[in-house]
Design a protein around this ligand. Structure first.
Ligand code: GN1
Ligand code: MG
Length: 360
């Protein structure tokens, strides 16, 4: 880890670094925990930014600083006592830049929040608290003082654009995998019209965009030991979007009884207890800003994000696994199949989900 420790030394850290080890389970960036000698000095999170995905690192890091400063301001206004554990703190490089470039890779550092845990699935209590936290997160970004954020990945959660990318991958069939997955492709394309509803409603002025996190998988949330939400991390894709994205991505991950890439489809399905708890929490804090249509479409958000993620995994499979980190050659296909199974389960629970929302 000598190299990682040397990279860490380029940043304005407090305390002597004694250890560096890989941590986290993200599919995009590489993440390391940097430990310092004493309990009095912070530990740090060092990340190698995936520069082929986040091509504008200046924009990425400026966004991150604006977002964390803004959240810090809102927390202060609300009288929060533990602000340093409730949002990330960006540590600049020694030259004052918000990242360090070693000639090949871009690196960045934040303070590691102490005594926190992450989860791959959710209990109803965690889901309820997270729902409240996301409602608050969305509400933070309303007001005259909200910073202007750039789009770090254009069209990131634009379903029409994601379908165009799938279409291009199908046409190119670059690694010759299409024939094998044609039935899956057909099944997916059959739902294209249904799944692009949000973009149409937006174009008609019926569905608003708000600053959304756009990557609210449950493992992007830090909890304390008592399962209270501390902080939402992974702010790279925070940009204007539909609240459906954030509602949907949490349900897609925390509300799945199986794993995102579960090879055993009998484990995959919607956890309705998590759905109810999460929805209740979210509506409690988001109600003052949510329009009727946003509220009504929340179950659609769960389906949309599951479908969108399946489309993205399948696109990457057809392109020869160039985007998401994989652990084995068929991993993106396995992920696609597991997500489609989850989508089926959401479909089966449509009436139940709609009725619950109407009852709130
Ligand atoms: C990626 O970085 P990570 O692993 O939290 C991806 C998300 C996907 C997710 C699927 C920038 O998130 O959009 O939903 O994998 N992030 C990016 O697990 O593409
Ligand atoms: Mg992540």
């Amino acid at each position: 880890m000598a190299n990682i420790i040397e990279i860490a030394s380029k940043f304005d850290l407090t305390g002597n670094v004694v250890d560096a080890k890989p941590c986290g389970s993200g599919l995009i960036n590489d993440t390391y925990l940097i430990t310092t000698e004493s309990d009095e000095t912070p530990n740090y999170i060092l990340q190698r930014i995936n520069h082929s995905i986040f091509t504008d690192v200046d924009l990425l890091q400026e966004n991150m600083l604006k977002i964390t400063n803004h959240i810090r301001k809102r927390l202060k206004e609300a009288g929060a006592s533990d602000i340093d554990r409730r949002t990330l703190t960006v540590i600049p490089a020694k030259d004052g830049k918000l990242y360090y470039f070693d000639g090949e890779s871009y690196w960045r550092v934040t303070i590691a929040i102490r005594d926190c845990v992450t989860h791959e699935q959710g209990t109803p209590e965690m889901a309820y608290r997270t729902g409240r936290a996301f409602g608050e997160f969305h509400a933070y970004f309303i007001g005259d003082d909200v910073p202007v954020l750039g789009e770090t990945i254009p069209d990131f959660h634009n379903m029409s654009a994601r379908l165009r990318q799938l279409d291009e991958a199908i046409k190119a069939d670059k690694v010759g995998r299409l024939a094998k997955v044609q039935p899956l492709v057909d099944k997916m394309l059959a739902r294209a019209e249904e799944m692009t509803a949000a973009e149409r409603l937006y174009a008609e002025g019926k569905l608003p965009k708000r600053i959304s996190h756009c990557d609210t998988k449950v493992n992007n949330i830090l909890f304390d030991k008592d399962d209270n939400v501390l902080c939402v991390i992974d702010l790279d894709t925070t940009m204007p979007g539909f609240v459906l994205s954030d509602f949907g991505d949490f349900m897609r991950t925390a509300g799945n009884t199986g794993a995102e890439d579960d090879p055993d489809l009998s484990r995959v399905g919607v956890n309705m207890e998590v759905f109810r708890a999460f929805t209740k929490g979210y509506i409690e804090t988001a109600a003052p800003m949510l329009t009727d249509i946003e509220k009504k479409m929340l179950p659609f958000g769960a389906k949309l994000l599951t479908y969108m993620t399946a489309v993205r995994f399948l696109t990457d499979y057809l392109k020869g696994d160039v985007y998401f980190k994989i652990q084995h050659p068929e991993h993106n296909l396995q992920r696609t199949i597991a997500q489609l199974e989850l989508l089926k389960s959401f479909d089966e629970h449509t009436e139940e989900m709609d009725a619950y929302i109407a009852s709130l």
